[in-house]
Design a protein around this ligand. Structure first.
Ligand code: UDX
Length: 437
């Protein structure tokens, strides 16, 4: 099939390459010429494991190209909208400017049998509004809402082997046509054995924000338990293991620590609360406000722990922050807990040096006042305290004996509960962690 993908960020670039690999003829469109240039040369414009290989494979087939010219989508049967919906400045709601602009562009080049597929995470009601625009314009094309659940760091795997597919379609013959088109796009092997939920627009849009809200709640639940553990001398990692053995609860997404960040969970729960308010059901989501506050409190607690091990003051102290991205295997620094802690400590008078295997350039662009180092050893040189803020494998595997030779004081705060306290203490370190004695 001929397919267009509008927006080539973390979602769209991977989606475009994956669709070409499935055998479709794909054009990816983005407003950023640098991104288009990189992708056109089969280079990933951001760090995502497996994406460079996927881009090269797709490029070799000759079925994948990228452009800034929206006119090149003409002739495609299916158009995927994969643009971002960031949080509006100064408020909780989502900014739909990119979705609207992408939709305008698609409408200008849409054939009578065209299918527009929304993948962006949007406030419920957006799909209905966009479908109405097609009707108002007298278009016979149809809109499907097909939310995307990919995780950064696993984007290729999640796109090619999704947990489930969700189609939000209109009632009647138009819906059947749209479903048939998407079935053809996601043909075997992608759809083989993959559960499919076909539903209405509202449900499809809600599925995505409900899933992200549940995940955020799970993380904040265990982080709330971490606060209880800190008050009682209990260990949140054992607690998570023990409750996680109950299959109804499950161990995944119960890792206590610095909490969630990134371009999705924080802004999605806020936009969901804003939308609930508009719909007159804000009480239904008031718990998400608590989920957000628990999450933000972890960052403050991390700074407090660092202050404790520095004998009550971080003013003038050298602090090494290991990790800048919001999670390992990503160079994404949007709402990164690690950088938030680093910036808070710098504001409070500490001399902070941040390191990260992949995200230093992005971090420097966003936080130019912070200092950066290439390696953990360099960042930790003369440090009064080392903070593990993002659990990259190379930080999990740090040798405490070796690191001890470069620091000024052997103080470590494990913000992700990934180090073995006994090993670090045996090497002479003061080990502190979020939610552990
Ligand atoms: C998330 C959803 O998982 C994905 O389905 C959706 O499509 C987009 O949002 P992503 O933002 O890539 O994906 O990251 P995810 O792996 O969910 O992690 C989010 C944050 O939660 C990270 O900052 C991570 O460090 C944190 N986290 C995750 C925890 O603090 N504890 C955990 O147990 C799990």
């Amino acid at each position: 099939m001929r397919i267009s993908v509008i927006g080539c960020g973390y979602l769209g670039a991977v989606h475009a390459a994956a669709m070409a690999q499935l055998g479709h003829d794909v054009v990816g469109v983005d407003v950023d010429p640098a991104k288009v240039d990189a992708l056109s040369h089969a280079r990933a414009p951001f760090f995502e494991p497996g994406l460079p290989e996927l881009l090269r494979e797709a490029a070799d087939t000759g079925r994948l190209r990228f452009t800034t010219d929206m006119g090149e989508i003409a002739g495609a049967q299916v158009h995927f909208i994969c643009v971002g919906t960031p949080q509006k400045r100064g408020e909780f709601g989502a900014d739909l400017a990119y979705v609207d602009a992408a939709f305008d562009g698609v409408m200008a080049h849409l054939g009578p049998d065209g299918v527009v597929v929304g993948k962006s995470t949007v406030p419920v009601g957006t799909a209905e509004r966009l479908a109405q625009r097609l009707t108002d314009a007298g278009s016979t094309a149809t809109l499907v809402w097909n939310p995307e659940f990919l995780r950064e760091g696993f984007a290729v795997q999640d796109t090619l082997h999704p947990d489930r597919l969700v189609y939000g379609v209109p009632a009647g013959e138009a819906g059947e046509r749209a479903k048939a088109a998407l079935d053809e796009v996601y043909a075997t092997p992608l759809s083989e054995g993959t559960p499919l939920v076909v539903t209405d627009y509202a449900t499809a849009q809600l599925v995505k924000v409900a899933a992200n809200s549940f995940l955020a709640t799970k993380i904040s639940f265990i982080n709330a338990m971490a606060e209880l553990c800190e008050a009682t001398g209990a260990d949140v990692t054992s607690l998570a293991d023990a409750i996680g053995h109950d299959a109804r609860i499950g161990r995944r997404f119960l890792n206590a620590g610095l909490g969630f960040g990134g371009g999705c969970l924080p802004k999605d729960i806020r936009a969901f609360m804003a939308r609930a308010g508009e719909l007159g059901v804000d009480q239904a989501l008031s718990f998400l406000r608590e989920v957000d506050s628990i999450n933000m409190r972890r960052r403050v607690r991390m700074v407090d722990l660092a202050r404790e091990v520095c004998d009550g003051s971080i003013v003038g102290r050298r602090v090494a922050v290991l990790g800048a991205s919001f999670k390992p295997d990503s160079d994404d620094v949007r709402d990164s807990p690690a950088l938030s802690v680093a910036a808070q400590m710098q504001l409070q008078g500490a001399r902070v040096v941040v390191t990260d295997p992949q995200a230093i350039d992005n971090a420097r662009a966003k936080w130019p006042d912070l200092s950066f180092a290439e390696t953990a050893e360099e960042a930790a040189t003369d440090a009064d305290v080392v903070l593990l803020a993002t659990e990259w494998t190379e930080y999990r595997e740090l040798n405490p004996e070796k690191l001890a030779t470069v620091v000024r004081s052997r103080n470590i705060v494990d913000g992700r509960n990934v180090l073995d306290p006994a090993t670090w203490r045996a090497a002479g370190w003061t080990y502190r962690a979020l939610g552990r004695p």
